[in-house]
Design a protein around this ligand. Structure first.
Ligand code: SF4
Length: 364
């Protein structure tokens, strides 16, 4: 269905349309449709986008992307996707769909909290995706979970990712990637197996450390590392093409050889078929959140991070190269295939200029 049609449609227009806006329009008197509210205050809010696939042209990435939810309860301190949530809220406010008070609530005191507590749910994603797929040419790649986790807690209730997979199993000749930290993905083994019968599929189980207390400092509510490794094993045992993605490697925290070695060894033991990793990108939208966590748990690193990431979001060039060499060494040691993984293949076209070398010392 999707594969023999014309070239990508829309470009930036696709992105612009995607966030046209909260379902409960009639501004400003009616509030957005709140689908549920959890005990700790998280609200799930309906979002009715006209388009759901972001084209490569609109994102600057080498693939189409799809995110059933905007915002993510896992709340990783280094998550760069906070900006997507902010855009949705700002556009809703600009369009008169949120009052000033609602805007403040949906934005959060510092502009990043609401990403974890006000989760937008694209309830009509299947219909919109069915239409969008007609614009995806044969052989192209669609990645699910580039900006928020498709198997975050909301998925247990709303099951949008499962509905998306059901639709995608009708496709053939496409390439799919899914990135998740959640063991809930194992629920959909049946659909993943069907999906990879006529398409390429890579499941990237995301894990930055096997040190659970460290993970809890950095990721407020993410699943335990062991639960993620168990899910990886379930997928591979079932025959799904799945592996490890370490995104991001945190300079001075998780980049030590012993640390990464333990992570690669655990992934190998879980049956991972591939592994790849990339250094932290400290975009403006995440800087305040992440530096606050550094202040709390790793205060000595704060000045080094500020210096190293002062002029660009990407890691310093020399650091990134040294890290690549280390990852390559570990790939060979643990017998992972040497192929262009998600991080290499899906690098943004317009990477920022890099130059600061300060963090090089943390790599022996
Ligand atoms: S799981 Fe992914 S999307 Fe969710 S907060 Fe963490 S990094 Fe962001």
């Amino acid at each position: 269905m999707a594969e023999r049609t014309s070239g990508p449609a829309g470009g930036r227009a696709v992105e612009a349309n995607q966030f046209t806006l909260l379902q409960t329009a009639s501004p400003p008197a009616r509030p957005p449709a709140i689908l549920d509210e959890r005990l700790r205050g998280t609200r799930f809010v309906s979002l009715a986008p006209q388009r759901v696939l972001n084209s490569p042209k609109s994102t600057g990435m080498d693939y189409w992307s799809l995110n059933p939810y905007v915002g993510c309860e896992f709340g990783c301190s280094y998550c760069y996707a906070r900006y997507t949530h902010r855009y949705v809220v700002e556009r809703a406010h600009d369009a008169g769909k949120l009052t000033d008070a609602e805007f403040a609530d949906y934005r959060g005191a510092h502009g990043w909290e609401a990403f974890e507590q006000r989760i937008f749910v694209k309830e009509q994603i299947v219909g919109a995706l069915d239409a969008d797929l007609k614009h995806v040419p044969f052989g192209e790649c669609i990645v699910i979970g580039t900006a928020t986790d498709p198997y975050q807690p909301a998925e247990r209730r709303f099951r949008l990712t499962r509905a998306v997979l059901q639709l995608l199993t009708r496709c053939e000749g496409l390439s799919f990637g899914i990135i998740t930290k959640s063991p809930l993905i194992a629920r959909d083994c049946d659909l993943l197996l069907r999906l990879q019968e006529r398409n390429e599929l890579q499941i990237h189980v995301s894990l930055i450390t096997v040190d659970a207390p460290l993970a809890r400092k950095l990721e407020a509510r993410s699943p335990h590392p062991i639960a993620r490794l168990r899910a990886l094993k379930k997928l591979v045992d079932a025959g799904v093409n799945a592996g490890l993605i370490v995104a991001p490697v945190l300079p001075g925290i998780t980049d030590g050889m012993a640390h990464l070695d333990a992570l690669f060894a655990a992934a190998k033991a879980a049956g991972a078929l591939f592994a790849h990793a990339g250094a932290l990108r400290l975009y403006a939208a995440v800087r305040d959140r992440f530096l606050g966590v550094l202040e709390e748990h790793f205060p000595a690193l704060v000045p080094r991070y500020k210096k190293a990431y002062a002029r660009q979001a990407g890691a310093p060039t020399e650091y990134a190269r040294a890290l690549s060499r280390r990852i390559e060494k570990l790939r060979r040691k643990h017998g992972f295939k040497n192929h262009t993984g998600m991080i290499d293949r899906y690098r943004p076209v317009n990477m920022p200029v890099q130059g600061e070398l300060e963090l090089r010392g943390s790599l022996p």
